[in-house]
Design a protein around this ligand. Structure first.
Ligand SMILES: Nc1ncnc2c1ncn2[C@@H]1O[C@H](COP(=O)(O)OP(=O)(O)OP(=O)(O)O)[C@@H](O)[C@H]1O
Length: 302
């Protein structure tokens, strides 16, 4: 990435709404080409941060850049580099899907944008709705148009603010396939979502925001390995739990759960059971997931 500016650069950003200190010194750099998740509970400040990056709100202090362009001093260039899919569905109900996208292209001075509009309609499963009026679309379809609208000018950086809230599984999967394809082609993606399994499946790096502060910022792998242990969960078909394991395992019905600090402890467990004549009926390795990490961090940080 030498020479190219980061896709997003947020420096010491504060935002106050009167008495409320909604962002308290946020620093964040997203490199070009990343698939990045911004997570946090309701009211943490995610949309406020996105609005500042998109030039829709002013930071009280601090600065933000998109592809090297300051969002205040160099607003037009920053805005052109960015496609934001907002949370709320707001449309003019009198236009068709295609007209909506043509009008949006006009805002960016793109007159001959038909080929890309067709590609967006195809990629987002909207081709057969191109001539349908916006008011006749279902909520999920409207959300697809919102994505298409944000992408009409092929922005290098795409921000999606809870794009799958209330969207069914099929729609969600095709939306992600399309966004992943754009990411493979080099577009940077920043996503906020309350579906942590979605962030875990898609994103490489994750920031967690709590009450206007970033309390964790790391790769997904580091977050997953830093905060959660692994567990072996098993039942026995024959034999009894060896006395050496008493006090170390948690029993629930006929299922035992043992915390593993490393994989060598799994070998010890299997060896101990075998030498004591116990036979395993069923064994699961319970791996950490992002939801556990998220809950742990949100509860433990002040
Ligand atoms: N225009 C505004 N005027 C006053 N307070 C606001 C305004 N916009 C946001 N807030 C407050 O700022 C805080 C952060 O809100 P924000 O919408 O950024 O959170 P969020 O992390 O996006 O939450 P959610 O997950 O619910 O979308 C909240 O306490 C919210 O009530």
């Amino acid at each position: 990435m030498s020479g190219s500016p980061p896709a997003l650069e947020v420096r010491a950003v504060h935002k106050r709404f009167g008495e409320l200190h909604a962002l308290r010194g946020v620093d964040l750099t997203v490199e070009a080409g990343e698939f990045f998740a911004l997570l946090g509970p309701n009211g943490a400040g995610k949309s406020t941060l996105i609005n500042i990056v998109a030039g829709l709100a002013r930071a009280t202090l601090g600065s933000a850049r998109v592809m090297g362009h300051d969002v205040v001093r160099d607003y037009r260039a920053a805005r052109r580099a960015l496609g934001v899919v907002p949370q709320e569905l707001v449309f003019d109900p009198f236009f068709t899907v295609r007209e909506t996208l043509e009008i949006q292209s006009g805002y960016f001075g793109l007159r001959d944008n038909h080929a890309w509009i067709d590609a967006l309609l195809d990629g987002l499963g909207l081709a057969d709705k191109a001539d349908t009026n916006m008011r006749k679309l279902s909520g999920g379809m409207k959300r697809r148009v919102l994505v298409a609208q944000a992408l009409v000018h092929k922005p290098p950086v795409i921000i999606l603010d809870e794009p799958t809230a209330g969207v069914d599984v099929e729609l969600r999967q095709s939306l992600w396939q399309f966004i992943q394809m754009l990411n493979r082609e080099g577009h940077t993606v920043l996503l906020t979502t309350h579906y942590l399994e979605e962030a875990e499946a898609l994103c490489n790096r994750i920031a967690m925001l709590k009450q206007g502060r970033i309390i964790a910022l790391d790769t997904k792998q580091n977050l997953l390995s830093r905060f959660t242990e692994k567990y072996a969960s098993f039942t026995l078909r024959e034999g009894r739990l060896p006395p050496e394991l008493q006090g170390k395992v948690v029993a629930s019905g006929d299922r035992y759960t043992l915390r593993l600090n490393d994989m060598a402890e799994l070998e010890n467990l299997l060896c101990l059971l075998r030498t004591q004549g116990a036979v395993i009926a069923d064994l699961d390795l319970v791996k950490p997931d992002l939801e556990e990490v998220f809950i742990h961090l949100m509860q433990s940080q002040p």
